[in-house]
Every structure is written in C-alpha cells, then in structure tokens.
Design a protein around this ligand. Structure first.
Ligand SMILES: *Cc1c(COP(=O)(O)O)cnc(C)c1O
Length: 831
C-alpha cells in the first residue's frame, strides 16, 4: 500500500491522512467490484474496460447520492428561492474525473483500480463526451451548473436529452465530414430515468373562448400531444458538499403504437406518431449562432420550456401552495432566446390554468424571468414566422399579440407617437412577412437582461436593444462569463495544479483569488524552471496525441500557437491561415534565418450547412499538407488541424498552449471563454480588443498580452466606408503575395481554382475585415516571436497570466448573477 500513498501525494488537491486514505481505497475497491458484479453483471476476469468504466461510474454516483438527498431536503427545509437555468444546450464533456475531483477521491480511486489491475486513465478515455451543445454557449451552461452547486445555490438545470449530440467530425482529404455521434450507445451511468415524472406538451389545434363574468376564459385544445419524460443527472459541486440536479427531457408519444393499424399489417404506419413525437429529442441542431429555421427547432424550444415550467410550478405548489408567491420563490434564467417562448407559456399557465388575472400574471412573469443575450450577429437573432407560430402554438400567438398590444398601448399613453420607434420595439417584425422577435419577447418578459462581457453589454444597449433600452434604462446589465477552474485547471492540468499547491498551499483551490499570491514568483528563476517543466510535460502529451491521431511529429520545444473554437468567419481562422502562409513564405525566402520554431494548431467544427467555414477547414488542411511536406521548412513550422474538437480535446490542448489566438472581428465575439481557459493555463493571448479580451487585458496588464487590429467602433466606421479590400491589399505586398499564392493554386494543385471564390470574397467583400487587420496582426505576431526568444520574459508573462485571471472563474460570474439578478445567497465550499 505504500505505493498508493505515494501516488496520492501526487494529487495535490487531496491530502487526507494516509490511514483514512487506505480505508477509502478498500471501500472504493469493494464498491466497484459490487457494481461490476450486481449492476453490470460481469465477472472481474471477463470485464471489458467499458464494463469497468460503468462499474466505477455507478460507484462514484453512489457517493453523490447521500449529499444529493441532503441538498434536496435542505432546499425544501430552508424555503430558499430556487434558480432554474433553462438552456437548449449543455456541453458537458466527460464526467468521471470531474466527479472524482469534486468528491476528492481521484487518487484513492486510482489506487483502488490499480489494485484490480485497471488503469483509471484508460477508463477516462472510454467515456463518451456528453456533447449536448455546439460551443461556448453550451459550455457556459455546463460551467454554470458546476459553479451553482459549488456555491450551494438551490439550482436546477433544464434542457433536452438529445439522443444524438453534436456531430462527430472527421477530416478526409482535408474536408470536414459529419457523422452522427451516439453517446448513449452503451447507456449513461450518470443519469436516473424518471418515467414517473412526465408532462403533456401540446401542439397545434385551436383555442376555445368561453364567456365568463368579465373576461372570457381560453381553453387550448391541441391537436397533438407529446410526452416529456425526465432524466436526472446529479451535479456535484467542489468538495462534494452540495449536489444539484440537471433535468433533461426526452420526448415520447403518449400512445407508442397504434395497435389496430399494426394488426392490419401497416407496421411502419403504426409507429408514425411515435417517430414524429420522438424526433423532438432526437438531435441537437448543429447551428452555432445561426438559427435553423425549421419547425422542429421551434417544437424543441416549446417542448422543453413547457415541460420545465410545468415541473417547476408543480414543485412550487407542492412546497408553497400559492401560485402568487412564484416570483418570490423562483428565478428563471433564459440562456439566450431559445427558451424565450417560456415567457408566453408562463403567462398561459398562470392565466389559463391557474386563474391569475392578466396584469398580475405579467408582474409575476417579469419578476421571475431574466435573460442572457449571447450574440449581436443579425443572422442569429431568433425570429419565427407568425403563421408558423400561429399554427403550432395558437394560444401562445394570442398571448404574444396581447402582450404586444398592452406594451405598445402603454407607450402611446406615455406620449410615444413616432411610428418608427414603435415598430422598432414591437414584438412583431412587420418587414418581409410577420415575424415574432424572440429577443424582444425575452427582453419584455424579464426584469434583467445581461450581456456576457463589458464591451458586449454596452453594444447590446447601443445596437439590438437600443430602443428598448431607452424605455427600460435599468434593465440591461453585465455579467462577464467565467469558466470552472475545477475542470479547466485542476482536472485538465494536474502538473500545473501540483506546482501551484506546492508553491501557494491549498487555499487557492477553494478561493481562486489567492492565485494572485503567485505574482512574486513571476521573476523567480527557480519557479520559472518548474513552471516551464510543467508546461513541457503538457506539450509532450499533446505531441503524443497529435502523433497518434495525425501521424505528424511536432516538436514540443516549439511555440504552440493555438486556435481552437467553432469555425466561423467572424472568428477569423482565415487570418491565422494567411499569417501561416506569410511565415511559410518568409522561411522559404530566407532559409538560413534562425527563427523560433512554431506549431500552428487548429481545431474546430463548422456547421454542416456553412460552406465557407468548411472551405476554410479545407484550406487549413491544404496549407498543413504543403508546409509539413516541404523540406526547406524543416522543423521551423508545422501546421496541424486536429479533428473532432470537443471538451475532451480542449482539455488536452489548452494546458499545452503557449499562445492563445483570440482574433475575432472586433464587436462580434460576445465574450469568449476559450480565451479565459488558456490565459488561466498560462498561455499569452494574441487578440483583438473584443469580448472578454478587453477584461483579460485589464487584468493581466497590457505588457502581458498582444492586442492588435481595429477596435469595435473602428470596425463600424470602416464598414461604413465600404468593404472592398482592393486598396488595402494593394498597399500590403505581403498580403498580396499570400493571396496570389492561394488564388494560383499553390495549396490546391489538384484543383487550382478551389480558392478563387474565397480570395475574391475577401478582395471585394471583406465583411470580416481580414485584410484590414492583416498587417497589424503580422506585427503582433512578430512581437510574439521576439518575446518568445526572451524566454524568461515570456515565462514571467505566462505566470502573471495565471496569477491574474482568477476573476474569470465561473464562481465569480455566478456570485454576480446571484447578487444582481436572482437575489439569492451563496455560500463557498469552506464556509
Ligand atoms: C470553451 C469551449 C468553447 C468556446 O470557445 P471560444 O474560443 O470561446 O469560442 C467551444 N467549444 C469547446 C469544446 C470549449 O471547451
């Protein structure tokens, strides 16, 4: 057992007494064996790694359940206000090491498994990622769930249990291909199915108006009903103290089979209703920031908003018995506009089902809801054609019209006459066919509307909600995003975490602000060496991942220059590729020049329908092929595109990053959270003054970040002057050379004109201002290379990035929501 104790002391965030540890190891071993035998039904000698994974997950889940029950009882007993986080996306990733970490039993479990000849790291890799989200928005929801549990908030997450999450990306001949992923194929050991918790969700049909004393009552007779069935996953906070529930809904047909049709021999027809119903929770829409304008998407939104509201009202009435108290006891956060049909649904439930009068119901609704805006991209501002909504949700359409009529009447009564202003704040967009503006509905139905970074929240006031902001000047606020340090530092980067614990003690694990005690070590050469050693181990690990997946050898001593995020023109992976080509040209022109070797690392998925983004993936891969196979380049430059970017891959890449690419067109990235994860792990940022980069610069200091390019207001001014880039290109010889080489087919010998359209697009119609920022980006990259050569100075900056990014913890973000928006108390793990 001495070895296991030694191993345990490697795990920095746990330091139980050795005896207790050994006791725990024995208990864990017994628990795992029991699960393997009685739940998985396998003998030790016949068990596969997957069997072991399931057995371990079930044993770990057991450890959460007691505290879960205690938390649930406490939530009832204390009568506290509950927080409901409604999100169409939860980008969770794997849960095994996450759960072990928060329960403080990583090393005891590792030792218990070792005594059974099972390797925890192998089990870790077997777990499929729960990818019920597209990117940053879904990952934020997952970080927030963890922080709400950590801060002991009585919180529930609500979403959809998609059978298939975000597609699996493969790269074949440089092109992206999408395949369905099947995360539930071997079951999901973390969840508890709750078949007894189900709600009827209606669609279509008609509304009957029944005369009553003063107001008619409205009864909706849907033509179709679908059943929402609950699946619960416990969400354990740091130190295992508080456990909340993530409740995901799955769709079922109320009658699974039409028996008479089946017996008549029509086997497919007998199942038609079931297929139609279950399609609602079949797949996640892979539509990062552009709404899929499909009826099924609206059905998903209403399905999960209605089930969640029915469920929380049932819980509220069981506990408090009085619907009038709803707003005192319930806060509902809308993660983007996807759940905003909930505003109309809550009105329907209050007025039609619970008999609350309209004005009082509206008061309750506004006091209950709050809404987070995630984007200013015009194509992402959700609207639904009024005829579609009328057909699918006839009662909700009536309610939306009535909310709108009262809203506009109120404004007219206050003297607002301007027809343009009134139409700008209307819930109905009358241009090009009537559409319901879901952002406006969420805004009106909420007491607070927040943006996700300081800059973004200001732009929300000036752009999408300018006119509504004038009418409700206190409604918009800011809560800058954050990330959970448990996943993105302790779990993803145990080498750095260990060094931090040895240097600072354990206090920072509970209170991230103590990371600032690292500042004095930034110039300490001995500490710098240990810091560099930790980074080096992470880079070697990533190099082995790259070698395994791509058969490309990368040099772990090179600068790892990383851009990992969804593929989108506004995120400007293209700008980075142009820089890569310019670097390649330099190396070939001056082969003897001693430059600092670099590895450009890309990863990211493009929405299946987003042709330009897919072409940019192909270009990255084409450039990689040419550069990596050119003998004059040697080890100076390598380019890799890692397929299937997801949370687990992010966990492998981020700790190894030296340079973090955050180069969006200013004004277009709402916040970013990848930027925070990499700064926390000691990467220096090269970025535009956009989203949370602004606050990262404030915190880390402008000498420890590389900022370049047009600022948000300059982007607006530049666009106003026109986006034809011919003059800009003519003025930059380097840029001209790069674009000519792409257009000439240097990277596409097999299809010389593959990129002609792409080059034409940025030449004549450079909406994302790639060309305008090219020279300043190149200059910033040159500054990066100079700094990298002065390795002590680089390390100093890297250490200061970690020391100064504590503010980007999602615990800080959630504490702000709790204080400014939800009005609920928080308590920290050590309280
Ligand atoms: C953090 C994260 C994102 C968000 O990255 P941005 O750079 O902020 O766009 C997207 N996907 C995954 C898997 C992440 O972990």
């Amino acid at each position: 057992m001495t070895e296991t104790i030694a191993a345990a002391s490697d795990r920095p965030n746990e330091a139980p007494e050795a005896e207790a540890l050994n006791g725990d190891i024995a208990k864990l071993r017994d628990a795992v064996l029991e699960k393997l035998t009685y739940s998985v039904g396998k003998d030790r000698n016949a068990a596969s790694e997957r069997d072991w994974f399931i057995a371990v997950a079930l044993a770990v889940r057991d450890r959460m359940v007691d505290n879960w029950m205690t938390s649930v009882r406490g939530n009832y007993r204390d009568n506290r206000r509950r927080v409901y986080y409604l999100s169409l996306e939860f980008l969770i990733g794997r849960l095994l090491v996450d759960s072990l970490t928060n329960l403080g039993i990583v090393e005891p479990m590792r030792a218990a498994l070792a005594s059974l000849d099972v390797d925890l790291e192998k089990l870790r890799d077997i777990e499929p990622d729960a990818a019920l989200g597209n990117g940053g928005l879904g990952r934020l929801a997952a970080c927030f769930m963890e922080s709400m549990a950590t801060l002991s908030i009585a919180a529930h997450g609500y979403g959809i249990r998609y059978d298939h999450g975000l597609f699996r990306q493969t790269i074949a001949d440089g092109w992206q291909h999408e395949f369905p992923e099947d995360w539930l194929e071997f079951g999901n050991p973390w969840e508890f199915p709750r078949p007894e918790v189900s709600y009827m969700i209606g669609f279509g049909g008609a509304v009957e108006s029944i005369p009553r004393n003063s107001h008619p009552a409205h009864v909706w007779h849907p033509s179709e009903t679908v059943e929402a069935v609950a699946y619960d996953t416990p969400v354990v906070g740091w130190r295992g103290k508080h456990v909340n529930t993530l409740r995901l809904w799955s769709a079922r047909a109320p009658d699974p089979l039409k028996l008479d049709v089946f017996n008549s021999g029509d086997y497919v027809g007998a199942l038609a209703d079931q297929v139609r119903a279950e399609s609602i929770s079949k797949i996640l829409y892979p539509s990062d920031s552009t709404p899929a304008g499909l009826e099924l998407r609206l059905r998903q939104e209403y399905f999960f908003a209605s089930a969640s509201l029915q469920d929380l009202i049932r819980r509220h009435l069981e506990q408090h018995g009085d619907i009038e108290l709803l707003a005192d006891k319930v806060a509902i956060q809308l993660n983007d506009t996807h759940p905003s049909i909930g505003v109309a649904e809550l009105m329907r439930l209050l007025v039609d089902v619970h008999g609350v009068d309209w004005d009082r119901a509206w008061e309750i609704t506004v006091a209950t809801f709050s809404y987070t805006n995630h984007t200013l991209l015009p194509e992402a501002l959700e609207t639904w054609p009024a005829p579609l909504m009328e057909r699918l949700l006839p009662r909700h359409m009536q309610i939306i019209f009535l909310i709108n009529a009262k809203h506009l009447d109120g404004l007219r009564a206050k003297g607002m006459e301007d027809a343009g202003k009134l139409s700008a704040v209307s819930l109905i967009d009358e241009h090009g066919g009537r559409h319901v503006r879901m952002g406006h509905l969420a805004f009106l139905g909420s007491h607070k509307v927040n943006g996700v970074s300081g800059l973004h929240s200001e732009l929300v006031k000036q752009t999408v909600f300018r006119d509504l902001h004038e009418i409700f000047p206190d409604r918009i606020c800011n809560v800058t995003n954050g990330v959970t340090f448990r996943r993105w530092l302790y779990e993803a980067n145990p080498h750095l975490t260990k060094l931090l614990v040895e240097t600072l003690g354990r206090g920072f694990l509970d209170d991230a602000s103590q990371l600032q005690k690292l500042e004095p070590f930034a110039d300490d050469l001995d500490f710098q060496a240990r810091w560099a050693a930790a980074k080096q181990l992470n880079k070697e690990h990533l190099a082995s991942v790259v070698a395994d997946r791509l058969l490309i050898k990368i040099n772990p001593n090179a600068l790892f220059d990383v851009q990992i995020k969804r593929m989108h023109e506004y995120k400007r992976q293209l700008l980075n590729i142009l820089d890569t080509i310019a670097l390649y040209n330099e190396i070939r022109a001056q082969p003897m020049r001693d430059m600092a070797p670099r590895v450009k690392i890309f990863a990211g998925k493009a929405a299946a329908s987003y042709q330009q983004a897919k072409l940019i993936i192909k270009l990255a891969n084409d450039v990689a092929r040419v550069v990596n196979n050119d003998p004059t380049v040697r080890d100076q430059l390598k380019v890799v595109f890692l397929p299937n970017y997801n949370v687990s891959l992010a966990e492998a890449i981020i700790p190894a990053a030296d340079l973090s690419e955050q180069i969006s067109t200013a004004g277009m990235e709402a916040s970013g959270t990848g930027n925070m994860k990499m700064a926390l792990n000691g990467a220096l940022t090269i970025g535009t003054l956009d989203g949370a980069n602004v606050e990262i610069r404030e915190k880390v200091g402008s000498e420890n970040i590389f900022i370049f390019g047009l600022k948000a207001d300059e982007v607006a001014a530049r666009r106003a002057r026109g986006i034809d880039a011919r003059e800009t290109i003519a003025a930059s010889p380097q840029l001209r050379e790069v674009l000519e080489s792409i257009a000439d087919g240097v990277f596409s010998h097999d299809d010389r004109h593959r990129y002609q359209g792409l080059v034409d697009a940025i030449t004549y119609h450079d909406y994302f201002l790639v060309t305008a920022d090219f020279d300043s980006y190149r200059a910033a990259q040159a500054a990066v290379a100079r700094r990298w050569r002065d390795r002590k100075s680089w390390q100093r900056s890297a250490i200061l990035n970690t020391a100064r990014t504590a503010w980007f913890s999602s615990d800080r973000a959630i504490a702000e929501y709790a204080d400014q928006i939800w009005n609920v108390p928080v308590s920290r793990p050590k309280d």
